[in-house]
Ligand binder design. Structure first.
Ligand code: NAD
Length: 496
């Protein structure tokens, strides 16, 4: 039974509803400390959110632990049905969730936020339908024995999400974990917790108490306490490389499984025979310019064949100039803001580094908004960097802003080597009409998600995850659920 008050119906009511309360055991759990959450487009404080201590965090883990055995005992298909029903309930509140998300992240409501809510709900529903697929195998070990594997839940899962696509990343972690019989404690991003809380609040009304719990706080206090809690059986984390490394060490010290979805510097190779219109559209969508480039998958290194360079740049510049930068809540806006001043300073530092590099070209596109209702601090124009040395920090490191590097190439072997030259390996794309080039390049590119002639975002039924320092493990798909959020038990029965 829930003791949750009625769901909020406006953005302001949402900020007030979770001003100092986590969502634990299907109830509001008051926290003593709070932190401010700002609207990056105006600079104004939207409200406070919980700043959970280690004690607040432990309460949520205890609730999840207490609920786990009973949830695991629910037949898998029934668990799935409940998750699907919960996902369907999101639809009724989709616009409110999107409005909250736009206010706290600075992402445009039309180009980003509504779509994110729809994708998150689709992912939850996709997993809800997979309850009956949590199967093991029978093994022909000995005809007089029954040898089989079963898939069991792991226990309490700690799911830590960042601010850039918090709802989709929530769904990719929570959907499979719940359907597989785990209970979950989600740590929201302190930069943008409210849409995550609202979504969880809607979902948990369709689930037994304690099965899904959501807490907020800083990484250093709440996140750290969560990952170190001895009742956590699995950590699934999406965020920065540095924090991923810390969390991996904590997981290692307790010998528990850890999934990491970290950064990227994804190459996009445009070959001489590419369809130019498609490639330009793919560069705009792949670089996630409408998310201000704040995407781990961003196609931030564009290698265009020399013969297409000037035509590609002309079309790209035209498309970038047409993007409307403005208030995230305006229906006409394509591009919103950067999340916070720290991220903005990082982006500007990289741009300044390129500007200070001899021979480099830095071009900015579109017009910054001038409205008195907006704070100009976190708006930035889409930016293209050209003529940089191959090993320049802007080429090798994740910027996490609307800044793409464009290089031209003539030698296929060299461009493959350049594409593989960073320590990341999240995604890559190749643009060609040749099947043999597609087959050869996709085999040789060092990335976990390689596409040809498209730059699609994550799809629920397609495994997604990086190589190298982009991370460990996969998300999305049935296989990701079976491999990363269940454990396999081998049973050998001998009645001979
Ligand atoms: P971040 O690592 O700073 O924070 C991510 C989450 O981890 C937040 O909830 C934060 O509070 C928490 N956290 C921070 N320190 C912690 C600690 N010591 N222990 C436990 N939790 C801690 O990342 P961010 O700035 O919020 O997000 C941007 C980063 O996320 C980028 O590097 C981006 O590439 C990455 N990202 C990766 C993917 C992917 O699927 N590979 C998707 C989105 C974002």
């Amino acid at each position: 039974m829930t003791t949750l008050p009625p769901l909020p119906t406006t953005p302001d009511a949402t900020f007030a509803a979770y001003a100092s309360s986590n969502l634990v055991n299907a109830a509001l759990a008051n926290t003593q400390h709070t932190l401010d959450v700002r609207n990056p487009a105006t600079g104004q404080v939207l409200g406070t959110a919980p700043a959970s201590t280690a004690e607040d965090t432990a309460l949520a883990v205890d609730a999840a632990q207490a609920a786990q055995a009973a949830w695991a005992a629910v037949p898998a298909r029934d668990r799935g049905k409940r998750v699907s029903a919960a996902a369907r309930a999101l639809a009724e509140h989709a616009e409110l969730i999107a409005q909250v998300l736009a206010r706290e992240t600075g992402k445009a409501i039309r180009t980003e936020c509504r779509g994110e809510v729809a994708v998150a709900s689709d992912i939850m529903d996709f997993y809800g339908n997979l309850g009956s697929e949590i199967k093991g195998q029978t093994i022909p070990y000995n005809p007089r024995m029954l040898t089989m594997t079963t898939r069991e839940p792991l226990g309490v899962v700690a799911a830590i999400v960042p601010w850039n696509v918090p709802l989709v990343l929530f769904a990719l972690k929570v959907g499979p974990a719940l359907v597989a019989g785990n209970t979950v404690v989600v740590k929201a991003s302190e930069e943008a917790p409210f849409a995550t809380f609202l979504m969880a609040d809607i979902l948990m009304r369709h689930l037994p108490a304690g099965v899904l719990n959501v807490i907020n706080g800083t990484g250093a206090e709440c996140g750290d306490a969560l990952t170190r809690n001895p009742d956590i059986a699995k950590i699934t984390f999406t965020g920065s490389e540095a924090v991923g490394e810390t969390i991996y060490k904590i997981g290692a010290s307790r010998i528990i499984p850890v999934s990491l979805e970290l950064g990227g510097k994804s190459p996009m190779i445009i070959c001489e025979d590419a369809d130019l219109d498609k490639a330009v559209a793919g560069a705009i969508s792949g670089m996630r310019f409408t998310r201000q480039g704040q995407s781990c998958t961003a196609a931030s290194r564009i290698y265009v064949h020399e013969s297409l360079r000037s035509a590609f740049m002309a079309q790209l510049e035209q498309a970038l100039n047409a993007l409307v930068i403005g208030n995230p809540l305006d229906e006409s806006t394509d591009v919103g803001t950067i999340i916070n001043a720290r991220q903005m300073a990082t982006i500007q530092r990289y741009i300044a580094l390129a500007e200070g590099t001899e021979g480099a070209t830095v071009k900015r596109y579109g017009t910054l908004p001038k409205s008195a209702d907006l704070s100009p601090a976190l708006f930035i124009q889409p930016t293209i960097l050209m003529d940089l040395p191959d090993n320049h920090p802007c080429v090798m490191e994740e910027i996490f802003g609307p800044v793409a590097v464009v290089h031209s190439w003539t030698d296929y072997e060299e461009v493959i080597a350049a594409a593989n030259s960073t320590h990341y390996g999240l995604a890559a794309s190749v643009w060609t009409r040749s099947l043999s080039t597609a087959l050869d390049s996709t085999a040789r590119l060092n990335a976990g998600y390689v596409q040809v002639n498209q730059n699609l975002t994550i799809q629920p039924n397609v495994s997604y995850g990086g190589f190298g320092r982009s991370g460990l493990g996969k998300e999305a798909s049935l296989e990701a659920m079976l491999e990363h959020i269940t454990r396999s038990k081998t049973i050998v029965m001998n009645f001979d």
